[in-house]
Write a protein that binds this ligand. Structure first.
Ligand SMILES: Nc1ncnc2c1ncn2[C@@H]1O[C@H](COP(=O)(O)OP(=O)(O)O)[C@@H](O)[C@H]1O
Ligand SMILES: N[C@@H](CCC(=O)OP(=O)(O)O)C(=O)O
Length: 380
C-alpha cells in the first residue's frame, strides 16, 4: 500500500486552504521529527509565493509531550496533560520550518458553537492571514472534555475550513489515501475519487487508526463529509512521500479527492440573500461604487447611518439612502457600534470604540450584491 496506488488527478482550484497534518507525520523517536514536515512546510511557502493562503491545523502536542516526561498509560486526563506539555514545542517546531511568524490558535468545538467566540475566532484568523502570519491551530486539549471535544483534529480542520471560508481541505496523513478496506486487508483497493460518502465507505474506513494517530480514516471521512456539506472539497494524501507533496505545488493530487456537495460560494451567498435581516446600513455613493464595481468590503467611512438594533454577526441590508437595498451582508459590528464609527476612517475604530474586530463593517466574503430592481443575485 503506497501513494503509487493512487493515480494523479488535478486539485480543485483554490485560493485559501486548510492543511491538516496528523501526529503520524510528526512523531519521531525523540519527539517531533521534521523529516516529513519539511516538505509540507515547503508546500506552505510555495503556496504563499503564489498569493495563496494556508491555515495549518497541526496535531502532535501529545506526541511532543510524551517525549518530555516519562509517564505510562493513556487516560484522557494524561493525554490532556501531555498535550499541554508538548504544545509550545509543536508551535516552535513549525516556526523553525517556515520563514514567517507562526501564530498559535487553540480552539474547542464549544468555541465554534458559541456565536461571539465563533465570530472572534474568525476575525482573528482573518487578521492573521492579512498580516501574513501562519496560523497553527490545534484543539485546546487542556479544556476539551469528552462531550465538548471535537474528538479529533480531522473534524476540527473541517470546522476551521468553514470558519475561514476555505476553498479546500487538505489532509496529510501516513497513508496514500482512502482504501476500500483497512489497508491490512490485501484485497483493499485505492479509491481516488469519492462523489458521495456512503455507509459502505464509512464502514471501510472504520478499522481503526495507525499506531500514532487518533481517529484513523473514519474521522477523515467524517471531516470530508462536513466540509463537503459546506461546499468544500477534501484531498487526502500521504505526507510521508515527498513526491506526493511536491506534486501539490503543481496542483496535482496523488491521493483521494472527496468532492464537495454543491458550490460553496453559491450556497453561502444564497443563504445571505434569504436570511432574515435585522437592520439596514445606509451608505454613500462612494461605498456603493466600491462594493459594486470593485467587490470591496464596506468600510465605516462609507456608512452614513444604521437602522435597527442588529448585533455583530447579524444579516443587514445595505442601501443608498432610502433606495431599495443593493446588497446584504453580515455586520462585523453591532448597530450601536456602527453608529459611533459611521463616516470615520478604519484607523480610528479602536480609538472610538476601545476595541476593533477588523477594518470593515461588512467584509466582502460576507457580502452578496442583489439587483435592487429585480432582487436577483448578481456577482460580487
Ligand atoms: N479504509 C482505510 N483506508 C486507509 N487507511 C485506513 C483505512 N481504515 C483505517 N485506516 C488507517 O488510518 C490511518 C491514518 O489515520 P491516523 O492513524 O489517525 O493518522 P493521522 O495521525 O494522520 O490522523 C492509516 O494509517 C490506516 O492505518
Ligand atoms: N490534539 C492532539 C491531536 C489529536 C488528533 O486528532 O491526532 P491525529 O489523529 O494524529 O490528527 C495533539 O496535538 O496531540
Amino acid at each position: 500500500m503506497n501513494a503509487s496506488d493512487f493515480t494523479a488527478q488535478p486539485l480543485p482550484t483554490w485560493r485559501r486552504a486548510v492543511l491538516k497534518v496528523g501526529s503520524s507525520l510528526l512523531a519521531g523517536e525523540d519527539g517531533l521529527d521534521p523529516r516529513h514536515a519539511g516538505a509540507l512546510a515547503r508546500f506552505i511557502e510555495h503556496a504563499r509565493m503564489q498569493q495563496r493562503e494556508i491555515v495549518l491545523v497541526s496535531s502532535g502536542a501529545v506526541a511532543a509531550g510524551r517525549h518530555r516526561i516519562a509517564a505510562g498509560g493513556d487516560s484522557l486526563v494524561l493525554r490532556q496533560a501531555l498535550a499541554s506539555l508538548g504544545q509550545a514545542a509543536l508551535v516552535t517546531f513549525w516556526q523553525q520550518l517556515v520563514d514567517r511568524p507562526v501564530a498559535q490558535v487553540l480552539l474547542t468545538h464549544d468555541d465554534l458553537r458559541n456565536r461571539r467566540r465563533y465570530l472572534n475566532a474568525r476575525a482573528t484568523l482573518r487578521e492573521l492571514l492579512r498580516l501574513d502570519a501562519l496560523p497553527v491551530i490545534n484543539e485546546n486539549d487542556a479544556v476539551a472534555v469528552d462531550e465538548l471535544k471535537l474528538g479529533d483534529n480531522d473534524n476540527l480542520a473541517a470546522a476551521v475550513a468553514s470558519l475561514v471560508d476555505a476553498d479546500l481541505l487538505l489532509i496529510a496523513t501516513d497513508i496514500g489515501g482512502l482504501y476500500s478496506a483497512h489497508p491490512r486487508d490485501p484485497a483493499a483497493q485505492a479509491i481516488t475519487r469519492v462523489e458521495a460518502i456512503t455507509p459502505e465507505l464509512l464502514q471501510a474506513a472504520s478499522g481503526g487508526a495507525g499506531t500514532l494517530g487518533t481517529g484513523g480514516m473514519r474521522t477523515k471521512l467524517d471531516a470530508a463529509a462536513k466540509a463537503g456539506a459546506a461546499g468544500i472539497a477534501t484531498a487526502l494524501f500521504c505526507g510521508r512521500d515527498p513526491d506526493v507533496v511536491r506534486a501539490l505545488h503543481d496542483e496535482v493530487l496523488h491521493g483521494t479527492l472527496v468532492l464537495a456537495q454543491g458550490d460553496r460560494l453559491r450556497a453561502r451567498k444564497q443563504w445571505l440573500r434569504h436570511a432574515p435581516s435585522s437592520g439596514r446600513l445606509h451608505v454613500d455613493a462612494g461605498a456603493f461604487a466600491a462594493l459594486h464595481r470593485q467587490g470591496a468590503s464596506l468600510l465605516p467611512g462609507g456608512v452614513a447611518s444604521a437602522e435597527g438594533e442588529f448585533r455583530r454577526g447579524d444579516v443587514v441590508e445595505i442601501g443608498v439612502e432610502d433606495e431599495p437595498a443593493f446588497a446584504r451582508g453580515l455586520a462585523q459590528y453591532g448597530a450601536n457600534e456602527v453608529r459611533r464609527i459611521a463616516r470615520r476612517h478604519s484607523n480610528e475604530i479602536e480609538a472610538i470604540l476601545g476595541f476593533r474586530y477588523g477594518e470593515s463593517v461588512v467584509h466582502r466574503d460576507d457580502l452578496v450584491l442583489i439587483d435592487a430592481t429585480s432582487h436577483k443575485e448578481t456577482s460580487t
